[in-house]
Design a protein around this ligand. Structure first.
Ligand SMILES: Nc1ncnc2c1ncn2[C@@H]1O[C@H](COP(=O)(O)OP(=O)(O)O)[C@@H](O)[C@H]1O
Ligand SMILES: [Mg+2]
Length: 231
């Protein structure tokens, strides 16, 4: 079984609007392996979100090659194999917390036979419990604080047991203690699983909890290649 979940070679992304060009990512090469715990660290505007969206096949590179050796075709990745926690609020407003967290499972059910409502309920309850959200199950997103929404988005990211979790500044709305509690819960939840985790952050306390740091500065990704070679 190959360990590489995502491999990229010389990935670049240039945004073009009319005459203007913004070079968001410059020739990034990396390997994400099973079980990796990576902090993607860089200041605002350095290209973190761009890179995560390319990794999730939500966006296409301007040049370079990206491949998902163990995961299959790019249009089958989200949300079952890769889950992406967006930087901006992404809960569906008309749905309760429970229903939002169930979404990836319901989408997977629609795609294949699935294993029924009972198991969806159990998985959702377990994901909510992991992040201490049981009491919020019947609430609507508009009734939640920013930090609570981030925890619900994280519960939704883990519920389908994806092989890759890409979390874009998932603790941005949380204070230090709540951020550490969320990381504790996430790390404990993933312990012993092959799921790879990439967290984009500019918080060094968050970065310290991961096993490796990929630094990105003005679209240039450092460390990822050397880290990949070492493993
Ligand atoms: N859709 C877009 N169109 C034009 N420029 C963009 C777009 N998305 C991001 N950018 C620009 O690309 C650069 C990297 O952005 P981003 O990946 O969001 O960085 P980060 O997540 O590290 O803050 C920034 O200069 C940003 O303004
Ligand atoms: Mg960003």
């Amino acid at each position: 079984m190959r360990d590489a979940l995502i491999e990229a070679q010389s990935l670049s992304r240039i945004y073009r609007h009319g005459e203007s060009e913004i070079v968001a990512l410059v020739s990034a090469s990396f390997v994400l392996n099973r079980g990796d715990r990576i902090a993607l660290v860089g200041r605002s505007g350095s290209g973190k979100t761009t890179l995560l969206h390319l990794m999730a096949a939500l966006d296409k590179p301007t040049s370079g090659v990206i491949d998902w050796p163990a995961l299959g075709s790019p249009d089958t990745l989200l949300p079952a194999k890769i889950s992406l926690v967006f930087q901006t609020p992404s809960l569906l407003e008309p749905l309760t917390v429970n229903e939002n967290v169930a979404l990836p499972l319901l989408m997977a059910d629609a795609a294949d036979s699935g294993d029924g409502a009972g198991s969806v309920e159990r998985a959702v309850a377990a994901a909510l419990a992991t992040f201490g959200l049981e009491a919020l199950a019947q609430k609507l997103p508009e009734e939640l604080s920013g930090g609570q929404m981030q925890r619900v988005a994280m519960a939704r990211a883990v519920v389908g047991r994806p092989l890759v979790i890409l979390a874009d500044e998932p603790t941005g709305q949380l204070d230090q203690a709540a951020a550490q509690a969320l990381l504790d819960a996430l790390i404990a939840h993933l312990a012993g699983t092959p799921t790879a985790l990439v967290i984009a952050t500019h918080d060094s306390a968050v970065a310290m909890r991961m096993d490796a740091v990929w630094r990105i500065e003005r679209g240039m990704l450092a460390d990822a290649e050397t880290a990949a070679r070492r493993t």
